[in-house]
Write a protein that binds this ligand. Structure first.
Ligand SMILES: O=C[C@H](O)COP(=O)(O)O
Length: 251
């Protein structure tokens, strides 16, 4: 039985002051990790302060991205050793916005995934098709290829600790959520791929989130599917009440 995992991805929408106030407001109200795991992924600047406030609570703080190298001349980037040194062990990798706007190619996603695993971090690996790919009936093929490339050289034991977020690009921030049946079918495609490549126990341990216009009103429909183990939520994770409602619906 996989514990549901609800992660907020605030993108660039929450200031440091707001981020700290959010942690203060939710930290004693999130469910226990045995029931639902909860996390928020914030801008890098806020991570240290948030982590200090969330210490000894069941709210996990994560990064939205990191560089694949441990150090070097990469102005403006943030590394896994820097993140782990302040207690961050959760990171989103390959979000479609980064794939689209910041050159996160499949190859870089793979390198970032290796870096996260090498530093003992939990990666949330984002995969998902664009609208034209779904309309051309290529969604499965696109997602399988993203998975195959992201996981090059990753061992079965490591796959167990990965979280995969299926986020159809056309459903992100648009209010047009994927219907829960289609999202469930894709979660099964992802799990079947992992079973074929890495075996039954990796497939059973891996958690698969759905992301794309998830809200308190629709999250239960996704979580009702036995292959959807949580959600990666953008807009609806920013307000305290909305975030807590998402967690409540997952309990
Ligand atoms: O990472 C989260 C996704 O991009 C979904 O964003 P959204 O819930 O605002 O559609």
């Amino acid at each position: 039985m996989r514990t549901p995992f609800i992660a907020g991805n605030w993108k660039m929408n929450v200031t440091d002051k707001e981020a700290l106030a959010f942690v203060d407001a939710v930290k004693d109200r999130v469910p226990s990790n045995e029931e639902v795991e909860s996390a928020v992924c914030a801008q890098a600047l806020s991570l240290k302060g948030m982590t200090e406030k969330a210490k000894e609570t069941d709210l996990r703080i994560g990064a939205q991205n990191m560089h694949e190298e441990d150090h070097g001349a990469f102005t403006g980037e943030i590394s896994a050793p820097t993140l782990t040194s302040i207690g961050i062990d959760l990171v989103i990798i390959g979000h479609s916005e980064r794939r689209e706007m910041f050159n996160d190619t499949d190859e870089r996603v793979n390198r970032k995934l290796h870096a996260a695993l090498a530093h003992g971090m939990t990666p949330i690996v984002c995969i998902g098709e664009k609208l034209e790919e779904r309309e051309a009936s290529r969604a499965d093929e696109v997602v399988r290829k993203q998975l195959e490339q992201a996981l090059q050289g990753v061992e079965a034991e490591q796959v167990k600790g990965c979280v995969f977020a299926y986020e159809p690009v056309w459903a992100i921030g648009t209010g047009k959520s994927s219907n829960p049946e289609e999202a469930g079918e894709m979660a099964r495609t992802i799990r079947a791929y992992i079973r074929d490549q890495y075996g039954h126990s990796a497939a059973e341990a891996t958690r698969i989130q759905y992301g794309g216009s998830v809200k308190p009103e629709n999250i239960a429909e996704y979580l009702a599917d036995e292959d959807i183990d949580g959600a990666l939520v953008g807009g609806a994770s920013i307000k305290v009440d909305s975030f807590l409602s998402l967690l409540e619906a997952a309990q």
